[in-house]
Write a protein that binds this ligand. Structure first.
Ligand SMILES: C[S@@+](CC[C@H](N)C(=O)[O-])C[C@H]1O[C@@H](n2cnc3c(N)ncnc32)[C@H](O)[C@@H]1O
Length: 253
């Protein structure tokens, strides 16, 4: 068994660019939503000529969807706020002539009105419903998988003590905000998914990457709680938490 210090050292130095979680193989598992976001996205992508992926990360998910599509849109654009991920997204989407706009998560989109038939997003940090409504063409769709309220709150609470769950990420808020911008709800599905960590290194890596679970996380700041978590996982075999997701589809009138 590696010691706490060895596990910490590994997890602290593991690279976190991109949005690929393969480092967690053997260290943690996360149940997937039954609906299959990428499977549902492929036929939608095949039907349109213009596509925008908001907060594409390293472009991995979009590239996978495009690789699996029999027909790809003539125009493919994406936004990304974090420079290392924007560079990765440019590389991943180069073969599709992807136009990557490096803008803040809450910024206006540098695209003209009604210029996309399909706008998609997976796990956006924040959502500009006004901008989505503005760039969608009439009859166009927004199709996305969002992180729900209190996602992995067991992990947040273990490290930070009990925290209130903000309604900011609730599906009801998303529907209210989107419909206020003139979008019409087509589909809404919700899921609570089991997440299991088998070593504290997996927890550290996850918290470094999914930064909003414990805002301002550093190993140094939370060493005591991490050591306690390490002991708990060693005694019980794992630490269980729950991720929350919802799938939404809106149509532009
Ligand atoms: C949760 S990620 C999802 C990316 C992508 N849509 C996907 O599903 O793979 C959303 C955004 O978080 C931001 N992000 C991720 N890691 C970051 C980091 N270490 N520092 C700053 N921002 C980061 C990026 O702006 C990224 O687009």
């Amino acid at each position: 068994m590696p010691t706490f210090d060895e596990v910490v050292r590994d997890a602290e130095t593991a690279p976190i660019t991109g949005w690929d979680f393969s480092w967690l193989a053997g260290r943690a598992t996360e149940e997937r939503p039954s609906w299959g976001y990428t499977e549902l996205l492929v036929p939608r992508v095949e039907r349109v000529q213009s596509l925008l992926d908001v907060q594409t990360g390293g472009g991995e998910v979009l590239a996978e969807v495009l690789d699996r599509s029999t027909q790809v849109p003539a125009r493919i654009a994406a936004t990304e706020s974090w420079a290392p991920n924007a560079a990765l997204a440019r590389a991943h989407l180069a073969e599709y002539d992807g136009d990557i706009a490096e803008i803040a998560d809450d910024a206006e989109f540098p695209f003209s009105d009604t210029s996309f038939e399909l706008v998609v997003s997976r796990h956006p940090v924040s959502t500009r419903w006004d901008e989505i409504a503005r760039v969608l063409s009439a009859g166009g769709s927004y199709f996305a998988q969002h992180v729900g309220p209190g996602s992995n709150r067991e992990l947040t609470d273990f490290l930070m003590g009990p925290q209130p769950v903000s309604k900011k990420r609730s599906p009801e808020r998303a529907v209210a905000d989107a419909t206020a911008e003139g979008l019409e709800l087509v589909d809404l599905r919700k899921a609570t998914l089991r997440v299991e960590f088998f070593d504290v290194g997996g927890v550290i890596y996850f918290l470094r990457k999914v930064r909003w679970t414990v805002p301002g996380f550093t190993v140094e700041k939370y060493r005591e709680q991490l050591a306690r978590l390490h002991d708990q996982i060693t005694a019980e075999g794992s630490f269980v938490s729950h991720a929350r997701r919802f799938l939404v589809e809106f149509r532009s009138k």
